[in-house]
Write a protein that binds this ligand. Structure first.
Ligand code: FAD
Length: 424
């Protein structure tokens, strides 16, 4: 990557790249989720290069190019480099914290706000953008206090500001990969090679999108194939016929968001009806939206495209009849799997799906599990390791809502206080 200064001095970030670039999509998605105002400029040929970038030709230019407020240009940057230039990447300041929180979705952000505002030295570690799944949502309509709804990234950004105001150290683009519990401390190896030490921790690492597991999936990711609600891509779908896979709330929100931009949105649902868990206001809107079509009892069985997605194979689950449908974009929202690989070598007990088991759910016939070392019972959100708590979607039998995740984050900190008093 090279940096260069442009005298034009744009006020906002500008991102230049080719339409089907997965690298450009990754940066667009990150900027959108991080509520960074930016302009996307599509480049197609040398004329664009000359007129937009001031470079004679696109040949040998490492795309995408990002231009920072102030004019500095980064050529072909990694996400970490972009985040670093925006001031989002920092090193831990302390050798040890009262509480370390992993994951800055609603649960982790809420835990951070309460921990820091109640005087605990707090570090919040997030491997990507702040906001988690909620940050990818164009409109959250059922979160108390926002009668008109609120954009998920905006809600997360408010929480981030609140947490930072109370003194939370936020380490973005940083990931906990392995943890060890000893001497009443949690020692976590970070992806960059560092180690984080804390007296207690809250795991709020949520879930990540379940994959289709189809050939060509990795190659087409970011090139017409996207996981989630497509918040950053929707405005680029003008005049297109796009598809969404999934029958739950996340898929429903993606459909409504995309329908405002695309020519048509086809929702592909495995079952014979929308998920019973889908909010009623959402299903009513989907079924009455002019440019939305819902197809039931179908699944995706193939993805094809050369440089980018060109067509998908849709197969009836009952008749097995299949057809290829042309489309430049497919959004996949078929549920998630918990981010708990870090717990694999610890005595933290997970359920068969990988979710962290906490509190009363740990008891077997009224008894604590063999690995539990204390006389007292685990607190409600405590895992099978004392002082290690779980909050939000990552927890066994969680409710999977923004409000419950935020509530559990706050509740986890109340238990952290009790635990720290015990071990003082
Ligand atoms: C498209 C969509 C629409 C939705 N709409 C609504 C809605 O309208 N109303 C509603 O109530 N709920 C909605 N939900 C559900 C809601 O967003 C989730 O229940 C909520 O975000 C869960 O919060 P969380 O903090 O537990 O986890 P997440 O939001 O999943 O956040 C987890 C965070 O942890 C990070 N992470 C993972 N592993 C690591 C690691 N090892 N180290 C560091 N960080 C890590 C992830 O990057 C992520 O940022 C929606 C979900 C989606 C996907």
């Amino acid at each position: 990557m090279t940096g260069e200064t442009n005298n034009a001095r744009p006020q906002i970030v500008r991102l230049f790249g080719r339409r089907d670039s997965a690298e450009a999509w990754e940066i667009r998605d990150f900027l959108k989720r991080s509520v960074v105002e930016f302009e996307w400029v599509e480049l197609t040929n040398d004329d664009d290069s000359q007129s937009v970038l001031g470079l004679a030709t696109l040949t040998n230019v490492r795309l995408p190019v990002i231009e920072m407020p102030g004019g500095e240009r980064l050529f072909g940057p990694s996400l970490r480099e972009v985040a670093g230039r925006l001031g989002f990447v920092a090193k831990p300041k302390l050798r040890q914290y009262d509480v370390s929180i992993y994951g800055a979705g609603p649960a982790g952000l809420s835990a951070a706000v309460y921990a820091a505002s109640e005087g605990l030295s707090t570090v919040l570690v997030e491997r990507s953008a702040v906001g988690g799944q909620a940050g990818t949502t164009s409109m959250i309509e059922n979160y108390m206090g926002f009668p008109q709804g609120i954009n998920g990234a905006d809600l997360a950004e408010r929480a981030r500001q609140q947490a930072v105001k109370f003194g939370v150290e936020l380490l973005m683009m940083q990931e906990g990969v392995k943890s060890e519990f000893r001497e009443n401390r949690i020692w976590t190896d970070l992806a960059d090679g560092g180690t984080m030490v804390a007296r207690a921790n809250v795991c709020a690492t949520g879930v990540e999108w379940r994959r289709l597991n189809l050939p060509n999936e990795d190659r087409l990711l970011g090139r017409g194939l996207y996981y989630g609600a497509g918040a950053s891509e929707a405005p680029l779908c003008g005049g297109e016929d796009v598809f969404v896979v999934g029958g739950g709330n996340s898929a429903g929100q993606a459909v409504m968001h995309l329908a405002a931009h695309a020519r048509s949105v086809t929702m592909l649902v495995r079952d014979t009806a929308l998920a019973a868990s889908m909010s009623r206001y959402l299903s009513e809107r989907i079924l009455s939206e002019r440019n939305v079509r819902v197809r039931y009892d179908v699944e995706i069985t193939g993805l094809e495209g050369d440089r980018s997605l060109a067509r998908i194979e849709v197969t009836s689950r009952s008749t097995k009849a299949s057809e290829w449908a042309p489309t430049p974009r497919l959004f996949v929202a078929i549920g998630g799997v918990p981010n708990t690989e870090w717990a694999a070598d610890t005595s933290i007990i997970r359920d068969p799906g990988g979710y962290l088991i906490t509190g009363p759910d740990l008891l077997q016939e009224g008894h604590t599990p063999g690995c539990w070392p204390l006389e007292r019972m685990p607190y409600y959100l405590e895992t099978s390791v004392p002082g290690s708590f779980a909050a939000g979607d990552v927890r066994h039998r969680s409710i999977k809502r923004v409000a419950t995740a935020a509530g559990e984050g706050a509740m986890a900190i109340a238990f952290v206080h009790r635990y720290l008093e015990e071990t003082a």
